[in-house]
Design a protein around this ligand. Structure first.
Ligand code: MG
Ligand code: FE
Length: 169
């Protein structure tokens, strides 16, 4: 059976892979949004946060004696979810992308709640503090998406009915 320290390392690496995948998804989405500037700005802000989150996780991993050289192997784990956002864009991509972001944020929230509890169990106050900070950022992003999904949907539906609208995203 793995020790709790081994679980903490494995889950920190999973979280790092998750953030690298988030970087890819968020930058793809931000780059494609044309008509929803408030969404684009929020995605770009969260992209910057996400990059910092990945760096902070890497520091936790290294401080605990792990290395990030095997990160590549773990990247595949979150690929499937990313494809929902980065591939096969259709005209309702602003809605589908927002839904995917909302889902992804909640996966992150779950991951960091587990990491905080595990770091506490291991007596690693610094890793716990890092994961609590990241958790707050994910919760803030999830809250923003929850509050803005209806408005984005309304705007998309209104634009869909305009005959001369080509770019709907
Ligand atoms: Mg994140
Ligand atoms: Fe996030």
């Amino acid at each position: 059976m793995p020790t709790k320290e081994e679980h903490l390392m494995a889950w920190l690496r999973d979280a790092h892979a998750m953030e690298k995948q988030a970087e890819t998804m968020l930058s793809a989405m931000a780059g494609r949004i044309e008509n929803y500037p408030e969404v684009k700005t929020k995605i770009e802000t969260h992209l910057a946060e996400t990059t910092r989150q990945a760096d902070m996780l890497q520091s936790c991993i290294e401080r605990r004696g792990g290395d990030t050289s095997t990160m590549k192997d773990l990247m595949g784990k979150f690929m499937a979810m990313g494809q929902g956002m980065s591939g096969a864009f259709v005209d309702d991509e602003i809605v589908k992308g927002s839904m995917a972001s909302y889902t992804f944020e909640h996966m992150e929230i779950a991951a960091y709640k587990v990491l905080v509890a595990t770091a506490e169990a291991c007596g690693d106050a610094e890793t716990s503090a890092v994961c609590q900070r990241i958790l707050q950022e994910e919760e803030a992003m999830a809250k923003w998406l929850a509050e803005n999904l209806p408005g984005v949907t309304d705007k998309y539906l209104a634009r869909s009915e305009m005959p001369d609208t080509t770019a709907k995203h």
